[in-house]
Design a binder for this molecule. Structure first.
Ligand code: NAD
Ligand code: WQD
Length: 334
């Protein structure tokens, strides 16, 4: 099938492009490069041996984007494009609402114009707000605690309304938990601009001396070691969930929603200590105050994705920390 990936040069999109190609699909990427680099395209060619068609285009530019969609006529679209930094979304809410919502509305309008009726959407565990318990199942109440999360929630609702109005429209909403790690080749991985907000890219920067020390946000949570617990999933496992979702969309089921996590929770100190042990490096850290807005524990029930998509995580925590380290090593000029 021909699959168009919006935001396909970003962290999750690039890994998904590889898995799509390895599963026999043709990939077309549209990205405005606001949070990715054109060099990723070369790395994708190196990994897959395939020339991938790329358009530099902002999805907020309807005229330009709809022409691309009309020309390419993909069988399915995977919509990764979006801004994703929680803190920045609090500072610049309008930028987040504009980029994430307008791009999605433009995508849906353009898909309608060219009769493309199959979509996979990148949602997030953030839509569960402060979950009442763990593991989290897909039917838990939804809420948002910041503008970024609210864009995901709003888009989920928009997709629900649109699907009700258009019975030919199939959409799989994937709610990602915490993706970390990198492709085995070390050629693609997570490369955030500036100082990372997320735990794993921060750890890798500290390990290579680019940042002095990690701040562990809180050690007084009601968790086994007092630090926050999350469901970390290898980005290649997450990428594969999209290939499974492509297959699912062909069953014409309308709207489907799946958590994509491993179902296991690890604490901040589990991650730091596994990273230190397996990569044989030092990661200086100190315990500081809790980060405002953080929750104690968040991990998925992955039963629905396992039963209905056939999803099963292949990689363990050791694979996640070693691949993250190897990617940073390859991209650091020591
Ligand atoms: P990323 O920033 O690496 O990738 C997003 C890509 O979209 C970037 O390449 C960026 O240049 C592009 N983009 C942004 N706005 C665009 C626009 N208007 N037009 C065209 N391209 C645009 O992020 P990622 O980690 O790969 O995340 C992909 C998706 O998954 C995002 O929607 C994000 O909100 C969601 N998500 C990510 C995580 C995570 O922890 N990484 C967790 C849950 C959900
Ligand atoms: C993980 C754990 C922190 C950094 C965020 C978004 C969520 C989703 C994934 C997009 C927490 C602790 C972190 C640090 C630390 N993204 N930590 N020191 O907060 O679970 O989720 O990314 O949808 O929406 O909110 O991920 O990696 O920031 O934090 O101690 O320097 O690591 O407190 O317990 P989070 P994270």
């Amino acid at each position: 099938m021909k699959i168009l990936l919006t935001g396909g040069l970003g962290y999750i999109g690039s890994h998904t492009a590889v898995d799509c190609i390895e599963n026999g699909h043709e990939v077309v990427i549209v990205d405005n490069l606001s949070n990715s680099k054109i060099e990723v395209l070369g790395s994708l060619k190196q990994i897959t041996g395939k020339n991938i068609k790329f358009y530099k285009c902002d999805l907020c530019d309807f005229n330009k984007f709809s022409k691309i969609l009309k020309k390419e006529k993909p069988d399915q679209v995977i919509h990764f494009a979006g801004l994703k930094a929680v803190g920045e979304s609090v500072q610049k809410p309008l930028m987040y609402y504009n980029n994430n919502l307008v791009s999605t509305l433009n995508l849906l309008k353009a898909m309608e114009l060219c009769d493309c009726n199959n979509l996979i959407f990148s949602s997030s565990a953030t839509v569960y707000g402060e979950p009442k318990s763990v593991p989290i199942t897909e039917d838990f109440p939804l809420s948002a605690t910041n503008p970024y999360g609210r864009t995901k929630l709003m888009i989920e609702e928009i997709l629900g309304d649109y699907q009700k109005a258009n019975k030919y429209f199939n959409v799989v909403i994937l709610r990602y938990f915490n993706p970390i790690g990198a492709h085995d080749s070390g050629l693609i991985g997570e490369d955030p601009n500036g100082i990372p907000n997320n735990l794993m890219p921060y750890i890798t920067k500290v390990a290579f001396g680019k940042l002095k020390q990690l701040s562990v946000f809180g050690s007084d949570y009601n968790t086994p070691d007092g630090t926050g617990v999350r469901d970390y999933i290898h980005v290649c496992d997450l990428a594969h969930a999209h290939v499974l979702a492509i297959n699912k969309n062909t069953e014409n089921k309308g709207l489907l929603i799946y958590n994509v996590g491993t179902g296991k929770g690890y604490s901040v100190l589990d991650i730091v200590n596994t990273f230190i042990k397996n990569n044989k490096v030092d990661v200086p850290y100190k315990i500081v105050e809790r980060r405002p807005g953080d929750i104690a524990e968040c991990y998925a029930s992955s039963k629905k994705a396992s039963k209905e998509l056939g999803f099963k995580a292949k990689y363990n925590l050791k694979d996640m920390v070693t691949s993250a380290y190897n990617y940073e090593k390859k991209h650091t000029n020591l």
